[in-house]
Design a protein around this ligand. Structure first.
Ligand code: NAP
Length: 257
Protein backbone atom coordinates (compact mmCIF):
# COMPACT_ATOMS: atom_id res chain seq x y z
CA UNK A 1 0.00 0.00 0.00
CA UNK A 2 1.45 3.38 -1.02
CA UNK A 3 1.63 5.74 1.93
CA UNK A 4 1.20 9.44 1.38
CA UNK A 5 4.76 10.14 2.54
CA UNK A 6 6.20 7.84 -0.12
CA UNK A 7 3.96 9.42 -2.79
CA UNK A 8 5.52 12.77 -1.90
CA UNK A 9 9.06 11.40 -2.23
CA UNK A 10 8.33 10.01 -5.69
CA UNK A 11 7.62 13.55 -6.85
CA UNK A 12 10.81 14.81 -5.32
CA UNK A 13 12.93 15.45 -8.43
CA UNK A 14 12.37 19.20 -8.26
CA UNK A 15 15.53 21.03 -9.31
CA UNK A 16 17.39 17.79 -10.09
CA UNK A 17 19.40 17.41 -13.27
CA UNK A 18 18.62 14.24 -15.21
CA UNK A 19 20.23 12.95 -18.41
CA UNK A 20 18.31 10.47 -20.56
CA UNK A 21 20.06 8.97 -23.59
CA UNK A 22 18.08 8.29 -26.76
CA UNK A 23 15.00 10.29 -25.82
CA UNK A 24 13.71 11.51 -29.19
CA UNK A 25 11.39 8.52 -29.40
CA UNK A 26 9.96 5.54 -27.53
CA UNK A 27 10.89 4.62 -23.98
CA UNK A 28 13.56 7.32 -23.56
CA UNK A 29 11.10 10.00 -24.55
CA UNK A 30 8.53 8.75 -22.02
CA UNK A 31 11.19 8.65 -19.27
CA UNK A 32 12.40 12.17 -20.12
CA UNK A 33 8.87 13.60 -19.97
CA UNK A 34 8.11 11.68 -16.76
CA UNK A 35 11.29 13.07 -15.14
CA UNK A 36 10.13 16.56 -16.13
CA UNK A 37 6.68 15.86 -14.69
CA UNK A 38 8.44 15.06 -11.41
CA UNK A 39 10.17 18.44 -11.50
CA UNK A 40 13.60 17.61 -12.97
CA UNK A 41 15.50 19.62 -15.58
CA UNK A 42 16.11 17.14 -18.38
CA UNK A 43 18.95 16.85 -20.89
CA UNK A 44 18.84 14.18 -23.56
CA UNK A 45 20.53 13.11 -26.76
CA UNK A 46 19.43 11.43 -29.96
CA UNK A 47 21.04 10.27 -33.19
CA UNK A 48 18.90 11.46 -36.13
CA UNK A 49 15.35 12.48 -35.15
CA UNK A 50 15.84 16.24 -35.01
CA UNK A 51 12.18 17.19 -35.35
CA UNK A 52 11.02 14.73 -32.68
CA UNK A 53 13.78 15.96 -30.37
CA UNK A 54 12.38 19.49 -30.76
CA UNK A 55 8.94 18.20 -29.80
CA UNK A 56 10.35 16.50 -26.70
CA UNK A 57 12.01 19.78 -25.66
CA UNK A 58 8.68 21.61 -26.00
CA UNK A 59 6.90 18.88 -24.03
CA UNK A 60 9.46 19.13 -21.22
CA UNK A 61 9.47 22.93 -21.14
CA UNK A 62 5.64 22.98 -21.06
CA UNK A 63 5.97 21.26 -17.67
CA UNK A 64 7.81 24.30 -16.32
CA UNK A 65 11.34 22.85 -16.24
CA UNK A 66 14.39 23.19 -18.46
CA UNK A 67 15.24 20.99 -21.44
CA UNK A 68 18.47 20.55 -23.38
CA UNK A 69 18.79 18.38 -26.49
CA UNK A 70 22.06 17.15 -28.00
CA UNK A 71 22.47 15.50 -31.39
CA UNK A 72 25.13 13.04 -30.33
CA UNK A 73 26.03 9.40 -30.90
CA UNK A 74 26.33 7.67 -27.51
CA UNK A 75 29.34 5.80 -28.92
CA UNK A 76 31.38 9.00 -29.17
CA UNK A 77 33.12 9.30 -25.78
CA UNK A 78 34.60 12.73 -26.51
CA UNK A 79 31.16 14.08 -27.45
CA UNK A 80 29.61 12.41 -24.41
CA UNK A 81 32.15 14.06 -22.11
CA UNK A 82 31.35 17.43 -23.69
CA UNK A 83 27.61 16.89 -23.27
CA UNK A 84 27.95 15.88 -19.60
CA UNK A 85 30.14 18.95 -18.91
CA UNK A 86 27.65 21.22 -20.67
CA UNK A 87 24.75 19.78 -18.65
CA UNK A 88 26.69 20.22 -15.41
CA UNK A 89 27.41 23.83 -16.32
CA UNK A 90 23.85 24.62 -17.44
CA UNK A 91 21.88 22.73 -14.78
CA UNK A 92 24.47 22.95 -11.97
CA UNK A 93 24.81 19.18 -11.39
CA UNK A 94 24.28 15.72 -12.83
CA UNK A 95 22.03 13.86 -10.40
CA UNK A 96 20.97 10.97 -12.61
CA UNK A 97 21.83 9.29 -15.90
CA UNK A 98 19.42 6.92 -17.61
CA UNK A 99 21.27 4.92 -20.26
CA UNK A 100 18.41 4.14 -22.58
CA UNK A 101 19.71 4.60 -26.14
CA UNK A 102 19.67 1.32 -27.99
CA UNK A 103 19.06 -0.43 -31.25
CA UNK A 104 18.71 -3.91 -32.69
CA UNK A 105 20.21 -5.51 -35.80
CA UNK A 106 18.52 -8.91 -35.53
CA UNK A 107 19.87 -11.77 -37.62
CA UNK A 108 20.80 -15.39 -37.08
CA UNK A 109 24.43 -15.83 -36.09
CA UNK A 110 25.25 -17.49 -39.40
CA UNK A 111 24.21 -14.30 -41.23
CA UNK A 112 25.43 -11.72 -38.71
CA UNK A 113 28.14 -9.38 -39.99
CA UNK A 114 30.93 -7.83 -37.98
CA UNK A 115 29.16 -4.50 -38.48
CA UNK A 116 25.85 -5.85 -37.05
CA UNK A 117 27.82 -7.01 -34.03
CA UNK A 118 29.85 -3.86 -33.43
CA UNK A 119 27.05 -1.37 -34.03
CA UNK A 120 24.84 -3.07 -31.46
CA UNK A 121 27.65 -3.40 -28.89
CA UNK A 122 28.77 0.19 -29.47
CA UNK A 123 25.31 1.70 -29.01
CA UNK A 124 23.80 -0.49 -26.29
CA UNK A 125 26.89 -1.29 -24.19
CA UNK A 126 29.73 1.13 -24.95
CA UNK A 127 27.23 4.03 -24.99
CA UNK A 128 26.24 3.27 -21.40
CA UNK A 129 29.90 2.95 -20.38
CA UNK A 130 30.63 6.32 -21.99
CA UNK A 131 27.91 8.19 -20.09
CA UNK A 132 28.71 6.48 -16.80
CA UNK A 133 32.42 7.20 -17.31
CA UNK A 134 31.74 10.85 -18.08
CA UNK A 135 29.37 11.41 -15.13
CA UNK A 136 30.82 9.21 -12.38
CA UNK A 137 33.45 11.58 -11.01
CA UNK A 138 30.90 14.38 -10.57
CA UNK A 139 28.52 12.00 -8.79
CA UNK A 140 31.25 10.52 -6.55
CA UNK A 141 32.41 14.00 -5.60
CA UNK A 142 28.83 15.03 -4.79
CA UNK A 143 28.35 11.76 -2.83
CA UNK A 144 25.05 11.48 -4.60
CA UNK A 145 23.81 10.12 -7.91
CA UNK A 146 21.90 7.40 -9.69
CA UNK A 147 22.52 5.55 -12.92
CA UNK A 148 19.91 3.34 -14.58
CA UNK A 149 20.94 1.06 -17.43
CA UNK A 150 18.07 -0.01 -19.67
CA UNK A 151 18.57 -3.65 -20.51
CA UNK A 152 16.33 -6.42 -21.78
CA UNK A 153 15.04 -9.89 -21.00
CA UNK A 154 17.13 -10.75 -24.06
CA UNK A 155 20.18 -10.15 -21.85
CA UNK A 156 18.75 -12.35 -19.08
CA UNK A 157 17.57 -15.33 -21.09
CA UNK A 158 19.17 -14.88 -24.54
CA UNK A 159 17.05 -14.71 -27.67
CA UNK A 160 17.58 -16.44 -31.02
CA UNK A 161 18.34 -13.89 -33.71
CA UNK A 162 19.82 -11.51 -31.15
CA UNK A 163 23.32 -12.82 -30.40
CA UNK A 164 24.67 -9.26 -30.63
CA UNK A 165 21.84 -7.65 -28.65
CA UNK A 166 21.70 -10.37 -25.96
CA UNK A 167 25.46 -10.00 -25.47
CA UNK A 168 25.20 -6.22 -25.16
CA UNK A 169 22.24 -6.37 -22.77
CA UNK A 170 23.84 -9.13 -20.63
CA UNK A 171 26.99 -6.99 -20.59
CA UNK A 172 24.96 -4.09 -19.22
CA UNK A 173 23.81 -6.27 -16.31
CA UNK A 174 27.39 -7.24 -15.38
CA UNK A 175 28.47 -3.62 -15.77
CA UNK A 176 25.62 -2.44 -13.55
CA UNK A 177 26.63 -4.78 -10.72
CA UNK A 178 30.36 -4.02 -10.99
CA UNK A 179 29.69 -0.28 -10.99
CA UNK A 180 27.27 -0.60 -8.05
CA UNK A 181 30.02 -2.33 -6.03
CA UNK A 182 32.59 0.33 -6.94
CA UNK A 183 30.60 3.45 -6.14
CA UNK A 184 28.13 2.43 -3.43
CA UNK A 185 30.34 3.85 -0.67
CA UNK A 186 30.01 7.25 -2.32
CA UNK A 187 26.19 6.94 -2.20
CA UNK A 188 26.02 6.56 -5.96
CA UNK A 189 23.50 3.89 -6.97
CA UNK A 190 23.52 1.88 -10.21
CA UNK A 191 20.59 -0.29 -11.26
CA UNK A 192 19.33 -2.02 -14.39
CA UNK A 193 15.85 -2.05 -15.83
CA UNK A 194 15.22 -5.27 -17.80
CA UNK A 195 12.36 -4.77 -20.21
CA UNK A 196 10.18 -7.26 -22.02
CA UNK A 197 8.27 -6.43 -25.21
CA UNK A 198 7.28 -2.76 -25.16
CA UNK A 199 5.24 -1.07 -27.93
CA UNK A 200 7.70 1.26 -29.69
CA UNK A 201 9.25 1.63 -33.15
CA UNK A 202 11.68 -1.13 -32.10
CA UNK A 203 8.93 -3.75 -31.77
CA UNK A 204 6.68 -2.34 -34.52
CA UNK A 205 8.85 -4.20 -37.05
CA UNK A 206 8.11 -7.64 -35.57
CA UNK A 207 6.45 -10.03 -38.02
CA UNK A 208 2.88 -11.01 -37.08
CA UNK A 209 3.83 -14.60 -36.26
CA UNK A 210 6.67 -13.48 -33.95
CA UNK A 211 4.32 -11.10 -32.21
CA UNK A 212 1.76 -13.84 -31.60
CA UNK A 213 4.47 -16.22 -30.37
CA UNK A 214 5.77 -13.54 -27.98
CA UNK A 215 2.28 -12.75 -26.68
CA UNK A 216 1.77 -16.41 -25.85
CA UNK A 217 4.81 -16.28 -23.54
CA UNK A 218 3.74 -13.17 -21.59
CA UNK A 219 1.69 -14.03 -18.47
CA UNK A 220 0.02 -10.60 -18.50
CA UNK A 221 -1.04 -11.29 -22.09
CA UNK A 222 -0.01 -8.03 -23.72
CA UNK A 223 3.00 -5.99 -24.77
CA UNK A 224 3.91 -3.20 -22.34
CA UNK A 225 3.54 0.50 -23.09
CA UNK A 226 6.14 3.20 -22.52
CA UNK A 227 3.92 4.35 -19.66
CA UNK A 228 4.38 0.95 -18.02
CA UNK A 229 8.15 1.60 -18.00
CA UNK A 230 8.73 5.29 -17.25
CA UNK A 231 7.49 5.36 -13.60
CA UNK A 232 9.88 2.53 -12.65
CA UNK A 233 12.84 4.39 -14.14
CA UNK A 234 11.85 7.49 -12.19
CA UNK A 235 11.42 5.45 -9.01
CA UNK A 236 14.97 4.08 -9.41
CA UNK A 237 16.50 7.57 -9.60
CA UNK A 238 14.36 8.94 -6.77
CA UNK A 239 15.16 8.96 -3.05
CA UNK A 240 12.40 6.37 -2.59
CA UNK A 241 14.96 3.89 -4.01
CA UNK A 242 17.77 5.15 -1.74
CA UNK A 243 18.62 1.61 -0.53
CA UNK A 244 18.43 -0.10 -3.93
CA UNK A 245 21.63 -0.65 -5.89
CA UNK A 246 22.94 -3.37 -8.18
CA UNK A 247 19.39 -4.56 -8.78
CA UNK A 248 17.92 -5.76 -12.05
CA UNK A 249 14.27 -4.77 -12.03
CA UNK A 250 12.14 -6.53 -14.63
CA UNK A 251 9.27 -4.71 -16.32
CA UNK A 252 8.22 -7.49 -18.65
CA UNK A 253 4.67 -8.63 -17.88
CA UNK A 254 6.17 -11.76 -16.30
CA UNK A 255 7.93 -12.88 -19.50
CA UNK A 256 11.25 -13.92 -17.97
CA UNK A 257 10.73 -15.73 -14.67
P1 NAP B 1 13.33 3.20 -30.18
O1 NAP B 1 11.88 3.55 -30.16
O2 NAP B 1 13.93 2.63 -31.40
O3 NAP B 1 14.14 4.53 -29.74
C1 NAP B 1 15.54 4.49 -29.67
C2 NAP B 1 16.07 5.82 -29.21
O4 NAP B 1 17.50 5.69 -29.07
C3 NAP B 1 15.82 6.94 -30.21
O5 NAP B 1 15.61 8.13 -29.50
C4 NAP B 1 17.15 6.98 -30.99
O6 NAP B 1 17.44 8.25 -31.56
C5 NAP B 1 18.13 6.68 -29.88
N1 NAP B 1 19.39 6.17 -30.37
C6 NAP B 1 19.63 5.05 -31.10
N2 NAP B 1 20.93 4.93 -31.36
C7 NAP B 1 21.55 5.99 -30.80
C8 NAP B 1 22.90 6.44 -30.75
N3 NAP B 1 23.90 5.74 -31.31
N4 NAP B 1 23.17 7.60 -30.10
C9 NAP B 1 22.17 8.31 -29.53
N5 NAP B 1 20.87 7.95 -29.54
C10 NAP B 1 20.58 6.79 -30.18
O7 NAP B 1 13.69 2.15 -29.02
P2 NAP B 1 12.92 1.83 -27.65
O8 NAP B 1 12.06 0.66 -27.90
O9 NAP B 1 12.37 3.06 -27.06
O10 NAP B 1 14.16 1.28 -26.78
C11 NAP B 1 14.77 2.04 -25.75
C12 NAP B 1 15.67 1.13 -24.94
O11 NAP B 1 14.90 0.08 -24.37
C13 NAP B 1 16.76 0.45 -25.76
O12 NAP B 1 17.95 0.37 -24.99
C14 NAP B 1 16.20 -0.91 -26.00
O13 NAP B 1 17.22 -1.86 -26.24
C15 NAP B 1 15.49 -1.16 -24.69
N6 NAP B 1 14.47 -2.18 -24.79
C16 NAP B 1 13.38 -2.01 -25.58
C17 NAP B 1 12.43 -3.02 -25.66
C18 NAP B 1 11.19 -2.89 -26.50
O14 NAP B 1 10.44 -3.87 -26.58
N7 NAP B 1 10.91 -1.76 -27.12
C19 NAP B 1 12.61 -4.20 -24.93
C20 NAP B 1 13.73 -4.34 -24.14
C21 NAP B 1 14.65 -3.32 -24.05
P3 NAP B 1 16.92 8.64 -33.07
O15 NAP B 1 15.44 8.86 -32.95
O16 NAP B 1 17.65 9.89 -33.39
O17 NAP B 1 17.25 7.47 -33.93
Amino acid sequence: MADSNNEGRLKDLAGKSVIVTGASRGIGRAIAVEAARHGANVAFNYLKSEQQAGEVCSQIEALGVRAAAFKLDVGDLKGVREMVSAVKKEFGAVDAVINNAGLTRDKLLMAMTEEDWSEVIRTNLTGAFNFARAAIFTMMKAKHGAIVNVTSVSGLAGMAGQVNYSAAKAGLIGMTKAMAKEVGRMAVRVNALALGFIETDMTAVLAAEHRTAALNLIPLGRFGTVQDVAPTAIFLISDAAAYITGAVIQVDGGLAM
